[in-house]
Ligand binder design. Structure first.
Ligand code: SF4
Length: 381
């Protein structure tokens, strides 16, 4: 599934507009592989410029149309599959643990446990806590070393530890990893990762709730609060001084987005480079792995989701700047109308009257802006 998913995702438009009902093309690719969605569910793939990608996807799906499903394993106590002395040194232990993705034991599992890309984004934020961190964005395989300890994270949710001091250290490290990485777990109902779902942009694909709300072994997602908009005041109240640095970084991202949209509208933009969201993301991962702040996982995961949406919108501004650059003067107004609607968070997901290819693309990118603007309106309310 992983390899098929990577090949499929590589051929999606990677616009993350949400028009297919998934928050991002990663979720669409998974839904496509298991037959939940069809190529026609992505309006971008119907465009002339995407005909080659669509043909390649069609060929791949025709060649390999068997959905691969497995069965969710039993959930071991505390996530620990086993601990035992290391083979080469008796004063250290090795352990295998499993991060729960919310699928009940024995139920059919459509997808892997971790979304590889989100996994690596989150795992790379652990650099400050380990001597070495490596993660493959295609394979969903991560490795982290500190002192003598060696940890591997696999796409199926298993976490292997070698040369750990004792069982207490196993549980303490697992507690941190679980909180840092749970945002990358994939929902069994829709194929989207938890962070996408916490941004509020994806409806459950079947049943009445996202299965990934039940993810976590030694921590849990507060389902009710997960479905509410995230507010800055709520974070300040819960985390006090601890959140100050992260909040100022988020403000910088939000200001950069606001100024990018203004520049699009007043025509002063030429080349727009999205600033990195890595510092904001990593400062939140630092908070979520801080044992003194355990209990605030849902809140912090929602803020992580917000950061990702803002960054995605910044990429949307960059794409729109390029589209405008190549759009004749007389056709720009139609695009600027879409951006203007996104600026106030009023852009509709469906725009049936648009039939021009450039405008359809502009609408898709404007939707990324619209999503961030809406979340930011709630954020400061
Ligand atoms: S509709 Fe948008 S999010 Fe969905 S696959 Fe197409 S480009 Fe990606």
């Amino acid at each position: 599934m992983s390899n098929t998913w990577v090949k499929t995702w590589m051929r999606t438009p990677k616009i993350n507009c949400g028009r297919c009902g998934r928050a991002a093309c990663t979720g669409f690719a998974r839904a496509l592989v298991v037959g939940q969605l069809e190529l026609d569910d992505c309006p971008i793939l119907r465009l002339r410029d995407y005909a080659n990608l669509r043909a390649e996807l069609e060929a791949m799906l025709n060649a390999d149309s068997t959905p691969r499903t497995g069965t969710a394993p039993e959930l071991p106590e505390g996530g620990v599959l086993f601990t035992q002395p290391c083979k080469d040194t008796n004063d250290r232990v090795m352990a295998e643990l499993s991060l729960h993705n919310g699928v009940k034991p024995g139920e059919s599992m459509r997808f892997a446990v971790f979304d590889p890309r989100t996994l690596c984004d989150l795992m790379n934020c652990l650099q400050s806590q380990f001597d070495l961190v490596k993660c493959s964005r295609d394979l969903g395989y991560g490795r982290a070393d500190v002192d003598e300890m060696n940890i591997t994270v696999l796409q199926d949710g298993r976490i292997n530890m070698r040369r750990v001091k004792d069982r207490d250290q196993v549980m303490s490290v697992f507690g941190k990893l679980e909180r840092a990485l749970v945002g990358a777990t994939i929902c069994n109902c829709c194929g989207c990762d938890l962070l996408s779902i916490l941004s509020g942009c994806v409806e459950p694909a079947d049943g009445d709730k996202h299965t990934v709300y039940d993810a976590g072994t030694n921590m849990s997602i507060d389902e009710k609060s997960a479905q509410l908009p995230i507010r800055r005041a709520e974070v300040e109240l819960a985390l006090d001084e601890n959140a100050k640095h992260a909040l100022s970084l988020i403000q910088n991202l939000a200001d950069h987005l606001e100024s990018g949209i203004v520049q699009l509208l007043d025509g002063s933009i030429e080349l727009f480079r999205a600033v990195s969201s890595e510092e904001a993301r990593c400062s939140l991962v630092e908070l979520i792995t801080n044992p003194s702040l355990y209990g605030n996982e849902t809140l912090l995961l929602k803020v992580l989701a917000l950061v990702r949406v803002i960054y995605d919108a910044l990429c949307g501004v960059s794409e729109l700047a390029e589209i405008l650059m190549y759009t004749p003067e007389e056709d720009r107004d139609a695009i600027l109308t879409l951006v203007s609607m996104a600026q106030s968070g009023e852009l509709s997901l469906q725009m049936k009257t648009i039939d021009d290819q450039r405008q359809i693309l502009a609408h898709a990118h404007s939707l990324r802006l619209n999503r961030a603007v809406r979340l930011l309106q709630e954020w400061v309310r």
